[in-house]
Ligand binder design. Structure first.
Ligand SMILES: Cc1cc2nc3c(=O)[nH]c(=O)nc-3n(C[C@H](O)[C@H](O)[C@H](O)COP(=O)(O)OP(=O)(O)OC[C@H]3O[C@@H](n4cnc5c(N)ncnc54)[C@H](O)[C@@H]3O)c2cc1C
Length: 843
C-alpha cells in the first residue's frame, strides 16, 4: 500500500462511479495533484449493484445534455484506460400508455432537437418490432432513442480510476476519511487512520455516506437513500431469435404506465420498478460497516408493478426468477444531482445524490472539474446546483419529498403541477386571509405562494395539464383587473439581500454591473462572473438614514435563487474583507421582510389613501415619488419601505414590512382599494403580464450560460461612472470585449401566429419552455419560457436565436416554435406588446 501524501490540491472522498469520474475529469482539466480516498474497494457503495442502464432522455434538457455527454464518453474512456466499460448501446424504446404520456414524449423529443439528439417518435407497431414480447393494446405510441443502453458499473468506475491514475492521480483504497476539518489558513485537513491529507479543495462524493461526510463539516445535505429492486429471470430460449437479431443484447424499454424498465441480461431479462410503496433506507444515518451487501428483497412491495408488467409483457409471467437485487441509492428531493460549492465554506464541494450514476456520472464529473478549475461548470447546471436548497430542507422534509419523487419517477410531471408532499411548510402571516380569498397555492424555496385565486364556491385546485388549465379564464380576470384598476399581490417570496457597513457601496459597485444608485433610488443591476456570464439580475435600492446618512442597500432578486445568490455574496464579501476592504455586513432577509405589491392605474390612489391618512402624510404624487424612487413611509402605523416599481410593467409599488406587520398593511390596502375594485392577483397573472412587456425572468431567460449582451441587459451594465471614468466590476473585461464583437445569439419575444389556438388536441396550448425554435427549416434556437399574455391576447414565447435572425432588420415572421410535436408559426416582436413607451410605469 503506498503512503498517503501529506498534501494535495484536491481530495475526492468516495470511490463510486461519481468520485472516480470527478477524479478523472480533474486530471483531464489539468489538475494532477489529486487524490481519491475510498473507505473500502472502489464501487463499495451503491455502484456495484447498479443495473447499469443508461438513458439520454430527461424532462430537463440540461440533465439530458449531461446524460448524452456521459454515454458518448464511454468509448473514449475504454480506449484511454484500456479497461472495458461493458458498453452496449442497444437503443431504448420509451412506451406511452396514454395521450398525456405521449405529450410528454413529444415534448422530450422536441427538447432533444436543439441538443442534437436523434430520437424518433414511433408507432406502437414499430415499438413491437423492436420489443417483440410487448402487448400492443396497452400502448398508444413510443419514443425511440438509439443511444440508450447499458454498461458494467464496476468496469466504468475502474476505467475512470485507471485513466486518472495514468494522468498522475492517486487512488487510495481501504482509506476511510473519518473527519474533515477546516484549518485557520482556509485549507482542509482530511483525516484518515492512515494519516491526514491537507488540501485546498475536497469533494464529497460519499454516495450512500455523503450525509455523514457533510455532517463532518456541520451541514445537512438534503438527500436520502431509497431501496430499489430489480429482478433477473432464468435464461429464456424464446428470446434467442430477438437477441440474435440485435447483436446479442436485445433492446431496452421503459414502460411508464407499468413503472418498470426492462432489458436483456445473460440470455434472460432484467426488470426493475419504481414502485409506489417505496421504502427509504437508513433514514438517520448510513452505518459505516455497510459494504457490498444487498438488502432483503420484498416482492410484495413491487407486486402491483409486477402485475402490470406481466400484463404488458406476458413473457415475464412464466419466467423463472434467477435473482432479485435490492440495494439502496441516494436521491435529492427533485431527483436531480446535488453538485457544486458549499456556501460559506470555500474549498468544500459536493457531487452526490446522483441517482443515475451510469447515465449522469460523466457529465457530473465534467461539470465539477470545469467548475473547480475555472469557476464555471461549462454546462447549464442550475437544476443540479446544491444551492437550489436552503436551510428549510430539514431531514424530515427531505424524507417526505424524496419518497414522493421516487414513487413518481415514471409519472408525468406536468408543467403546472405543484406536488403536495412536505407542504405547507413556510407560510406568510397573510396566508389565512389569502386562503379565505380562495388562493390556489404553489410552493417555491419552501414558501407557500398564491398562484391564482379561484372563484368563490369552486375548489381552489388547478387541473394539471400540458395545455391551458382551469386557471386560464380566472387569471384573465386578474390581469384585466390590474390593467384597468388595481391589483394586490404578495411578494414575500422575492429574495431580499441586505448589505450594510461603510464598505457596502464599494463592494456592491464591484460586485454588480450597474452603478449603485443614490440614496432614495433603485436601479436594475445584473451580476456577472469573471467570464461575463449572468449570475444574477437584481433590483438594487439605496436607503439612507435621515439622521446620519448611513446607507443600507437592499438587493431584490429571485426567491428560488436566494441560496444561489447568498453563496456568491458570501464569497464576494469574504474576498472583499480579505483585501482589507471597509466593513460590510451581509444578511439574506428571508421571510422576516414581507412584501405586498400594488399594481395598476389606480395603485397610486390606493397608496395615497393609506399614506395620506398617516400622521406623516407622505406625498406619493408622480412628481414627489417618481418611478424607481424608494423611501421609508409611515403607512398608517406600519413602518414600510416603499419602492415605485413592479414587474407587471404598470404603475405600481412594492411595500416591504416586518412580517409581524404584514396583516395590518394587507387590511389597510384592501380597505383603501375597495372603492377602486381592488383585486388579488397571483404569480400566474404576474407571469402573463411580464409577457406583455417581454420582461425576462431569472432561471428561464436569465441563467449563468448567457451574457448580458445576449439577454438584452446591456443597458443595465455600466462600463463607466457618471463622470466617464472606467468602472471596475467583476466581469467588466469580458463584457467590454463582448461588446466589440456583439453577441452571436439574442433573446427575443415571439408571438404564436395562431394565438395558441390551433385545432385538435393542441387547442389552447402555449409554449412551456425549452421548445425548439425553427427558422428556414432548421432548429436555430430554443424557447426559454412561454405563456398567454391575457391583456395583449397573444400566446407568447421568449427564446434565444442567432443574432442575424434576431436583428430587427431581419424578417420577423419566418419562425416556427415546436410545441408538443407541432411546428407553430411565430413572429418575432421587437417591442413590447403593451405600453412600448413605458408611460404607464413611469407616469
Ligand atoms: C438496485 C440498483 C439499481 C440501479 N440501477 C441503475 C441503473 O440502471 N443506471 C444508473 O445509472 N444507476 C443505477 N443505480 C444507481 C447508481 O447505483 C448510483 O447512481 C451510483 O452508484 C451513485 O454513485 P456514487 O459514486 O455517487 O455513490 P456510491 O456508489 O455510494 O459511492 C460512494 C463511495 O464513497 C465511499 N465513501 C463514502 N464515505 C467515505 C469516506 N468518508 N471515506 C472514504 N470513502 C467513503 C463509499 O465506500 C463508496 O464506495 C442503481 C442503484 C441500485 C441500488
Amino acid at each position: 500500500m503506498t503512503d498517503l501524501p501529506e498534501s494535495a490540491q484536491v481530495v475526492v472522498i468516495g470511490g463510486g462511479v461519481v468520485g472516480a469520474s470527478v477524479l478523472y475529469h480533474l486530471t483531464k482539466a489539468g489538475w494532477n495533484d489529486v487524490v481519491l480516498l475510498e473507505r473500502r474497494e472502489l464501487t463499495a457503495g451503491s455502484t456495484w449493484h447498479a443495473a447499469g442502464g443508461m438513458h439520454t432522455i430527461n424532462g430537463d434538457p440540461n440533465v439530458a445534455a449531461l446524460q448524452r455527454y456521459t454515454v458518448q464518453l464511454y468509448e473514449d474512456l475504454e480506449r484511454e484506460s484500456d479497461v472495458s466499460c461493458g458498453l452496449h448501446l442497444t437503443g431504448e424504446v420509451m412506451l406511452a400508455d396514454d395521450e398525456d404520456r405521449m405529450d410528454w414524449l413529444r415534448m422530450a423529443h422536441a427538447r432533444g432537437r436543439y441538443l442534437g439528439m436523434q430520437t424518433e417518435l414511433i408507432s406502437v407497431a414499430e415499438a413491437a418490432e423492436k420489443i417483440p414480447f410487448l402487448v400492443e393494446e396497452h400502448f398508444v405510441g413510443a419514443l425511440w432513442d438509439p443511444v440508450g443502453g447499458h454498461v458494467d458499473p464496476s468496469g466504468v468506475t475502474n476505467a475512470y480510476a485507471t485513466a486518472a491514475r495514468m494522468a498522475g492521480a492517486q487512488v487510495h483504497r481501504n482509506t476511510w476519511a473519518h473527519d474533515v476539518v477546516q484549518r485557520p489558513d482556509g485549507l482542509w485537513d482530511v483525516v484518515t487512520e492512515r494519516g491526514t491529507v491537507t488540501c485546498e479543495h475536497f469533494v464529497n462524493c460519499g454516495g450512500l455516506w455523503a450525509r455523514e461526510v457533510g455532517r463532518m463539516c456541520g451541514i445537512e445535505l438534503p438527500i436520502l437513500a431509497m431501496e430499489h429492486m430489480y429482478l433477473l429471470t432464468e435464461e429464456l430460449p424464446e428470446i434467442q431469435p430477438w437477441l440474435d437479431a440485435t447483436g446479442g443484447h436485445g433492446i431496452g424499454a421503459i414502460d411508464f404506465g407499468g413503472e418498470i424498465y426492462t432489458r436483456a441480461e445473460a440470455g434472460g431479462l432484467l426488470l426493475g420498478t419504481y414502485e409506489q410503496a417505496c421504502r427509504p433506507w437508513s433514514v438517520r444515518e448510513t452505518p459505516w460497516d455497510f459494504g457490498a451487501q444487498l438488502l432483503t428483497p420484498d416482492l410484495e412491495r413491487i407486486a402491483p408493478s409486477l402485475a402490470v408488467g406481466f400484463e404488458h409483457f406476458p413473457i415475464y409471467a412464466d419466467a423463472g426468477i434467477r435473482q432479485v437485487i435490492n440495494g439502496p441509492f441516494t436521491f435529492a428531493s427533485d431527483g436531480n444531482p446535488l453538485i457544486g460549492p458549499i456556501r460559506g465554506q470555500p474549498g468544500h464541494w459536493v457531487a452526490c445524490g446522483v441517482m443515475a450514476g451510469l447515465s449522469q456520472g460523466g457529465g457530473v464529473g465534467l461539470a465539477m472539474a470545469n467548475w473547480m478549475t475555472s469557476g464555471d461548470p461549462g454546462f447549464d447546471v442550475w437544476g443540479m446546483d446544491v444551492a437550489r436548497y436552503g436551510d428549510w430542507t430539514t431531514p424530515s422534509y427531505t424524507r417526505a419529498k424524496v419518497m414522493e419523487n421516487y414513487s413518481r419517477r415514471f409519472s408525468i410531471s406536468f408543467p403546472n403541477e405543484e406536488l403536495p408532499a412536505g407542504r405547507p411548510l413556510h407560510t406568510s402571516s397573510i396566508h389565512d386571509r389569502l386562503t379565505d380569498a380562495n388562493a390556489v397555492w404553489g410552493s417555491s424555496y419552501g414558501l407557500e405562494q398564491a398562484l391564482w385565486y379561484q372563484r368563490q364556491g369552486a375548489d381552489p385546485l388547478e387541473d394539471v395539464t400540458f395545455h391551458r388549465s382551469n386557471a386560464f379564464e380566472v387569471v384573465a380576470e386578474e390581469v384585466h383587473a390590474v390593467r384597468t384598476g388595481v391589483g394586490l399581490i404578495e411578494t414575500t417570496g422575492f429574495a431580499k439581500h441586505e448589505f450594510t457597513g461603510t464598505g457596502a457601496r464599494t463592494l456592491l459597485n464591484r460586485v454588480l454591473a450597474n452603478r449603485i444608485p443614490a440614496p432614495g433610488r433603485m436601479t436594475l443591476a445584473p451580476m456577472l462572473d469573471e467570464h461575463g456570464h449572468l449570475i444574477g439580475d437584481f433590483t438594487v435600492a439605496t436607503l439612507a438614514d435621515p439622521t446620519d446618512g448611513t446607507e443600507t442597500f437592499l438587493v431584490f432578486g429571485s426567491g428560488a435563487a436566494e441560496g444561489y445568490h447568498e453563496r456568491w455574496f458570501r464569497a464576494r464579501v469574504a474576498s472583499h474583507l480579505k483585501t482589507d476592504g471597509a466593513p460590510v455586513t451581509y444578511r439574506p432577509l428571508g421571510h422576516e421582510l414581507a412584501g405586498l405589491s400594488l399594481a395598476g392605474p389606480a395603485a397610486r390612489d390606493v397608496l395615497a389613501a393609506v399614506a395620506g391618512s398617516s400622521a406623516a402624510g407622505a406625498d406619493v404624487s408622480g412628481d414627489a415619488f417618481a418611478f424607481r424612487d424608494i423611501r421609508r413611509m409611515d403607512l398608517d402605523m406600519v413602518p414600510a419601505i416603499v419602492g415605485r416599481i413592479t414587474f407587471t410593467g404598470d404603475l405600481g409599488y412594492e411595500c416591504w414590512v416586518p412580517a409581524s406587520l404584514q396583516q395590518r398593511l394587507f387590511d389597510l390596502l384592501m380597505e383603501a382599494g375597495e372603492s377602486h375594485g381592488i383585486h388579488l392577483f397571483g404569480l400566474r397573472a404576474l407571469d402573463s403580464m411580464r409577457f406583455d412587456k417581454g420582461f425576462g425572468a431569472w432561471a428561464s431567460e436569465f441563467r449563468p450560460i448567457y451574457t448580458p449582451g445576449e439577454a438584452g441587459l446591456d443597458s443595465f451594465v455600466a462600463l463607466r461612472t457618471v463622470d466617464g471614468a472606467d468602472r471596475d466590476f467583476v466581469g467588466r473585461d469580458a463584457v467590454a470585449a463582448a461588446r466589440t464583437t456583439g453577441p452571436t445569439r439574442r433573446l427575443c419575444l415571439f408571438t404564436l401566429d395562431d394565438g395558441g389556438i390551433p385545432t385538435g388536441r393542441n387547442a389552447g396550448t402555449d409554449v412551456l419552455g425549452d421548445e425548439p425554435i425553427w427558422h428556414g427549416g432548421d432548429v436555430v434556437g430554443w424557447a426559454t419560457s412561454g405563456g398567454y399574455a391575457h391583456w395583449s391576447q397573444a400566446s407568447c414565447a421568449m427564446g434565444y436565436v442567432p443574432a442575424d435572425v434576431a436583428d430587427p432588420t431581419a424578417p420577423a415572421d419566418s419562425f416556427e416554435i415546436e410545441v408538443l410535436g407541432v411546428r407553430r408559426p411565430a413572429t418575432r416582436r421587437d417591442e413590447p406588446l403593451f405600453d412600448p413607451s413605458g408611460s404607464r410605469m413611469r407616469g
